[in-house]
Design a protein around this ligand. Structure first.
Ligand SMILES: [Zn+2]
Length: 527
């Protein structure tokens, strides 16, 4: 027996509608037909049925790890953060270390958080909180003591320890090598903890209408946790892993990447897991002055930011992974990093054999006018974060003064990209920002805060909600090489569907965030 949906708006894909859909054995069986005798009939009650959302760029394991510690996300004062740490510590008396995140560093000028604030609530065990930028930690005195960090400790390469005038550590450490001074003393995470984090994150996704997502930062140990989650049935959604290649370690990891890909392929055709993509990070972020720009920053004319890879190393790494059949997923935020990524893809296409490679540039916040048409010309998919396309306080107060109004307002030229004919897909970048697709869906249209309380930002770059919905479904399916079975309601496709309380295409775009997910169907199974 199957399930028959009718009596609502059924959106099958861009400008394609149906009056009914019948699913059976996890697949779309019939469109615009009639219910069979034993079918379960679902009355959409005037609601909306569509292909489920797909998240083309996110970090669900990091989100799940954060959820296992104190929940300081979104808190706006140090007092609230410290109270949350105390609540967690009291409820978890056996936790040897208290590790959590992600706190908003901008609530304190210059972002130096002090260990003594945490000592007031926890002094017997180490506390480590990660900031939302994922490049900064705030720790208590016990953590500094265990790590042996004193006024005599030197800053590691590329990292800093925030200090008082006498050189003693204040409680904030920045960049990976400084963070590692603390974290190398923390107990290793167990696979079981990570499996629990993956289970939690994938269930959050299912509740919000998402049936496929990606992990865009996979280092050794993480893929193994995903494999275990898939084996024991804890992975509730389809998951594509992006293996992280870095300048200093990519050569040593080639063998690991190919062997973990084979191990995941060996899980068989019903497995929800795959690992066919290599992630490359080209630059940092505009807010911290580390995004790579073609013109210098205004607040520091000696700096144009930072390209993480030198050109020759990047060309060699990209060509190597492309030859091995990996898709490239390149983080580029500033216009210099976007150009470097485009140049790299152009080079790879020139030196390697032709194949269906589907390279992706993610974020693409600032694109030089000469480079915009190159996305279409080089068949590059641009993956945007829809929730980032409004003038938030970070853009207004941190980024605009650094790069000037004109450049600031050129961020996220989504309509220009649509007009250029390039392929677009969406990703949440969770936990950097919310994973909830309905919170983000209307933003590229109104370009205001999800609740409409800010001025529209560069409104000429606004696109339709229907375009956004297709970028969040079929756009991601294409990015993930699954457009033959996902992203549209078509006979033979997987019955990965979402039933929403209202039609987001006809409601006021400012009200889309209040639409409810009535049910998500993963391969026909309701959740
Ligand atoms: Zn990301």
């Amino acid at each position: 027996m199957g399930t028959f949906f009718s009596n609502g708006t059924i959106w099958c894909g861009f400008q394609i509608y149906a009056t009914s859909v019948r699913i059976e054995n996890g697949l779309i069986a019939e469109i615009d037909g009639t219910a069979l005798k034993d079918d379960e009939v679902v009355d959409l009650a005037g609601g909306f049925l569509a292909p489920a959302f797909m998240d083309g760029h996110a970090h669900p394991l990091f989100a799940g790890r954060e959820a296992q510690g104190p929940q300081v996300n979104g808190l706006q004062t140090v007092a609230e953060m410290v109270a949350e740490v105390k609540r967690f510590a009291d409820q978890n008396p056996n936790a040897e270390w208290i590790i959590g995140g992600a706190y908003e560093a901008a609530v304190i000028e210059r972002g130096d958080f002090l260990s003594i604030w945490l000592d007031d609530v926890v002094s017997d065990r180490p506390v480590v909180l990660q900031a939302v930028d994922h490049h900064t930690i705030w720790v208590n005195s016990k953590a500094l003591e265990i790590a042996g960090i004193t006024s005599a400790t030197k800053d590691p390469d590329g990292g800093t320890i925030a200090r008082n005038n006498d050189g003693s550590p204040r409680g904030t450490l920045r960049e990976p090598l400084a963070i590692d001074l603390i974290m190398r003393h923390a107990p290793d995470r167990t696979i079981a903890q990570d499996v629990a984090a993956i289970k939690w994150a994938s269930e959050k996704y299912l509740q919000s209408g998402v049936t496929a997502a990606t992990d865009a930062w996979v280092e050794p140990g993480m893929a193994e946790a995903y494999i275990e989650a898939e084996r024991i049935g804890a992975l509730a959604i389809d998951m594509s892993l992006f293996l992280l290649a870095q300048p200093d370690s990519w050569r040593d990891r080639i063998e690991y990447f190919t062997s973990i890909r084979s191990e995941i392929e060996a899980l068989g055709p019903t497995s929800k897991l795959n690992a066919k993509t290599v992630k490359i990070i080209g630059d940092g972020a505009l807010s911290s002055g580390t995004a790579a720009l073609l013109q210098p920053y205004l607040d520091d004319p000696t700096s144009s930011g930072l390209l993480i890879w030198n050109n020759s190393e990047l060309l060699e790494a990209a060509a190597t992974f492309d030859r091995l059949g990996f898709q490239l997923h390149m983080h580029a935020i500033g216009d210099a990093a976007v150009r470097q990524a485009l140049d790299t893809i152009e080079y790879v296409k020139k030196v390697n054999d032709n194949w269906d490679r589907r390279p992706v540039i993610v974020h693409a916040q600032l694109i030089d006018i000469k480079d915009l048409a190159r996305f279409k010309a080089l068949d590059v998919i641009v993956n945007y974060q829809p929730l980032w396309t409004y003038l938030d306080p970070m853009n207004k107060e941190l980024i605009a003064p650094r790069i000037g109004e004109a450049r600031n307002n050129l961020q996220y030229q989504v309509a220009s990209m649509v007009k250029s004919g390039a392929r677009i897909s969406y990703g949440s970048d969770w936990p950097v920002t919310s994973y909830l697709p309905l919170t983000a869906l209307g933003v590229p249209t109104h370009r205001q805060t999800p609740d409409g309380k800010s001025e529209p930002w560069s409104p000429d770059e606004s696109i339709s909600v229907e375009e956004s919905l297709s970028f969040y479904t079929a756009g991601v399916a294409y990015q993930l090489f699954t457009e033959d079975r996902c992203g549209e309601i078509k006979v033979g496709n997987k019955a990965d569907l979402m039933h929403l309380s209202e039609n987001p295409l006809t409601i006021n775009p400012l009200d889309i965030a209040s639409i409810k997910v009535v049910k998500t169907y993963k391969s026909g199974e309701p959740y």
